[in-house]
Write a protein that binds this ligand. Structure first.
Ligand code: GLU
Length: 469
């Protein structure tokens, strides 16, 4: 077992943000490639906003991507690993308070009795830092915050992505680590948890870089090993703004709803701030574990690109085995209200094959294949004008029906041969026969290849739809 121990510490905000999923992925890849541990720790210190439902959104999102975590206290069924829930920061508050007490005992923190009004009026001053034991004693039971005594000197962070950051400690106020009501502050909780969990690398969003000097000072004061830091660039919208909750695509699981493959989304988010340094674009999860390098993560914001995620989705759909694709498409069709139970597996697999190239997302199967399950309710107006309202249209439809009738066996190849023979004999383009047929069979002007879909529909249905057309 290596010493690499990393974590993702999401605040439970109701859904898994794509940026958080990216941070989780980079941590997970780093852990897996080093044979280390990946920990999920829900940072639910803001207890009002924390519910199990929110934990589920995070666990569900990670499970969908296939990101598993390694340890945690027993905690009923969240996410991929039912037997292990994540750590919950709120359940560790006593530990955090205990460590704050230790800092008090060691003279590295102090009780600050300044009132809210005083602080508002004067700002923080060091009055209580230098108070005598008698002055403290005199306050009796009065409520106090615990403040960290920022030491003199400079704090240097050698960030694996951002480079060296130096900060003069005197620029940082003695900050609160425990509130007067006893609640530990984020800075204390995160450092105590990282320290006691022996986190080796803190890989998180660069919105936390400004917190890091405080964290380093706390690590040192508490006598923990200081982890390596790696601050990841923010995920930006296509327009270059920070991606907020309301932006399309910010909610990871919306991609599932929209018919994207987890394989494609994983591949996509791996490239939010990282690339392999060559022209490879398609990666499986295992290939990412091999190829990912934390040092190759760039500093500048990672822009979201809809075209790219769509492209990757199409590519990953093409890579699925026919059976796998069938299973995923059946789920979508069922969800959309189509009954697939009367069809054989072989038939459904064939359906998946003939639609594979035509569906940028799984959801597109509904548009591509609805006519297999229900009669076309209407015919595309434009196509009707073009295909059925020409002078010789009716004649051609009759000709097609006759041709169909004679086809035996009812296969793609036999259909194709028959259509070609008729078109050749009449010296007309194949399209003059194919397009009107398609309209009658599907109600549409585009879709899977005609002879393939006709074979799957079956002769009887095709003839009936020709009559109706
Ligand atoms: N809870 C913080 C967040 O969601 C993460 C803090 C950290 O990773 O250290 O941004």
């Amino acid at each position: 077992m290596s010493n690499v121990r990393v974590r993702i510490a999401p605040s439970p905000t109701g859904f898994l943000h794509i940026g958080t999923a990216r941070t989780a992925l980079f941590n997970w890849l780093f852990a897996r490639q080093h044979g280390g541990a990946f920990i999920l720790r829900i940072e639910d210190t803001d207890t009002q906003r924390s519910t199990d439902e929110f934990d589920h959104a995070i666990g569900d999102g990670l499970a969908w991507l296939g990101i598993d975590w390694d340890e945690g206290p027993d905690f009923a069924g969240v996410g991929a690993k039912g037997e292990f829930g994540p750590y919950r920061q709120s359940l560790r508050a006593d530990i955090h308070r205990g460590e704050a007490q230790r800092l008090l005992d060691e003279g590295k923190a102090y009780k600050c009795f300044a009132s809210r009004e005083e602080l508002d009026a004067l700002g923080h001053n060091r009055k209580w830092r230098d108070a005598t034991p008698e002055q403290v004693e005199a306050m009796g039971e009065a409520p106090y915050a615990i403040r960290f005594k920022v030491p003199e000197g400079v704090t240097v962070i050698d960030d694996l992505i951002q480079g060296t950051v130096r900060i003069e400690n005197k620029e940082i106020d003695d900050f609160v680590i425990v509130k007067p009501n006893g609640d530990p502050i984020f800075h204390l909780a995160v450092v105590v948890d990282d320290g006691l969990m022996k986190i080796s690398h803190v890989i998180r969003g660069d919105d936390h870089l400004s917190n890091t000097p405080r964290h380093v000072m706390l690590f040192e004061a508490l006598g923990y090993a200081v982890p390596q830091f790696a601050h990841l660039p923010m995920v930006l919208t296509e327009g270059g703004k920070k991606m907020s909750k309301r932006d399309h695509g910010a909610n990871l699981l919306d991609w599932r709803t929209e018919g994207y493959l987890p394989e494609a989304v994983l591949n996509y988010i791996a490239f939010l701030g990282w690339n392999p340094g060559d022209d490879r674009e398609l990666f499986t999860r295992d290939e990412l574990v091999e190829a990912f390098r934390l040092e190759r993560v760039n500093k500048s914001g990672a822009r979201f690109g809809l075209k790219r995620i769509q492209f990757l989705n199409g590519q990953h759909i093409r890579r699925l085995s026919a059976e796998d694709l069938r299973a995923r498409l059946v789920a979508v069709l069922e969800e959309a209200g189509f009954d697939t139970s009367s069809k054989s597996e072989a038939w459904l697999t064939q359906l998946a094959e003939i639609c594979r190239e035509k569906i940028p997302t799984l959801n597109d199967i509904v548009r591509q294949a609805d006519f297999f399950f229900v009669e076309p309710a209407e015919y595309e107006e434009k196509a009707v004008k073009k295909q059925w309202e020409k002078d010789d249209a009716l004649e051609r439809m009759r000709l097609i029906r006759e041709t169909m009738e004679s086809v035996d066996p009812w296969t793609h190849d036999a259909l194709k041969a028959a259509y070609e023979a008729v078109a050749g004999a009449r010296e007309m383009g194949l399209g003059k026969l194919v397009h009107p047929t398609r309209l009658a069979l599907t109600g549409k002007s585009v879709g899977p290849g005609l002879f393939e879909l006709a074979e799957l529909l079956g002769k009887e249905t095709c003839l009936a739809r020709m009559d109706r057309g």
